[in-house]
Design a protein around this ligand. Structure first.
Ligand SMILES: NC(=O)c1ccc[n+]([C@@H]2O[C@H](COP(=O)([O-])OP(=O)(O)OC[C@H]3O[C@@H](n4cnc5c(N)ncnc54)[C@H](O)[C@@H]3O)[C@@H](O)[C@H]2O)c1
Length: 303
């Protein structure tokens, strides 16, 4: 598959940024990754590795290619160095609009004029960031899911002034890494699939948050019904409960509908540092969550 450009910089070496960097390296791009946290890439890489191993998941990038991909990615805590002569930047920092706006501003001031800016935000349309960059015609959303786990699709959406050729480049980039692009024709919160997933997540949190059911039963039901390897709560643990709550707050800020607010029970877990896989505890305990038990779907079998 031909490449639309040569170099990619990922801004933010968390769960998603690290995966995007690995896929870009795997596809032969010249890749840098920037984070303000020393050792962030190394640390997240190890977490992803351990999490997939614990879940018995065969990742899309074969294990034998992991070390090579890691070595091909250059980690830096120097933004100027990260953006030097780069063609395409994908921002994947914490889901906080002010943090992202500040970054888009710095990226606009520091990058060459040719550079395209994408955001991996789950809930912020690029139309809310584009002005800060000073180059709104070159901004877009490219929203990835958990690619290493096999979700090799990504939403693609423009802002108010994105040029069609910039969206085409975004699409070519996704395809060159083996992703299916989900092109969104006009702005909608949550893009293509994430807005559907968000409805499932919101109702699951409401049911658990108001104590209608045990969260495990929702995961069991979802898995039996769909044949998926995980249910909404297992998935939220992987995403990170702080990220989940931040995304819900974006919807709430827009609608002001109390039903859109994340339940107090979720916020309590976050205050206790129970953020999911990344902190070793969320809805389940890691690295060996009970939903990996072959009898999880039918615990009666164990008795
Ligand atoms: N977790 C998911 O499943 C998922 C899926 C799709 C999209 N996203 C989106 O991807 C983005 C990142 O999510 P994540 O789950 O990888 O988060 P994360 O918490 O795992 O990582 C965020 C990283 O950003 C870094 N960071 C924070 N502020 C920074 C700054 N000013 N400059 C540089 N680095 C900074 C942090 O040190 C951290 O390493 C969010 O916008 C989120 O909505 C997440």
């Amino acid at each position: 598959m031909s490449k639309p450009f040569e170099s990619v910089t990922v801004v933010g070496a968390g769960i998603l940024g690290t995966q995007i960097a690995m896929f870009a390296a795997h596809a032969g791009y010249c890749v840098k990754i920037y984070d303000t946290r020393n050792g962030a890439f190394e640390e997240t890489f190890a977490k992803l590795h351990d999490d997939l191993k614990a879940k018995g998941i065969t990742p899309v990038i074969p294990w034998e290619r992991w070390q090579g991909c890691k070595e091909a990615v250059v980690f830096t805590t120097d933004l100027e160095e990260a953006l030097k002569d780069v063609d395409f930047v994908v921002e994947a920092v914490t889901e906080d609009i002010e943090v992202k706006r500040e970054l888009f501003k710095k990226m606009g001031q520091t990058s060459p004029a040719k550079t395209i800016f994408a955001t991996n935000s789950s809930s912020i349309p690029v139309s809310r960031l584009e002005e800060s960059s000073g180059r709104p015609a070159q901004c877009l959303n490219t929203h990835f899911y958990m690619p290493l786990q096999g979700i090799i699709m990504a939403d693609l959406m423009g802002g108010t002034q994105t040029l069609p050729e910039i969206l085409d480049k975004g699409e070519e980039w996704l395809r060159s890494m083996g992703f299916i692009p989900l092109r969104v024709k006009k702005e909608i919160l949550g893009f293509c699939f994430n807005s559907v997933w968000r409805s499932i997540k919101k109702q699951s949190l409401y049911m658990w948050g108001n104590d209608f059911v045990d969260f495990r039963d929702i995961d069991r039901a979802f898995r039996i019904f769909t044949g998926a390897q995980w249910g909404p709560f297992g998935m939220m643990d992987t995403v990170g409960l702080d990220t989940v709550a931040n995304i819900e707050m974006v919807y709430f800020d827009k609608s002001k509908d109390p039903q859109d607010k994340p339940p107090e029970r979720l916020l309590e877990k976050i205050r206790k540092g129970e953020l999911g896989v990344k902190t070793g505890k969320g809805f389940y305990a890691y690295p060996d969550p009970e939903y990996l038990d072959p009898d999880f779907l039918n615990p009666e079998k164990k008795k």
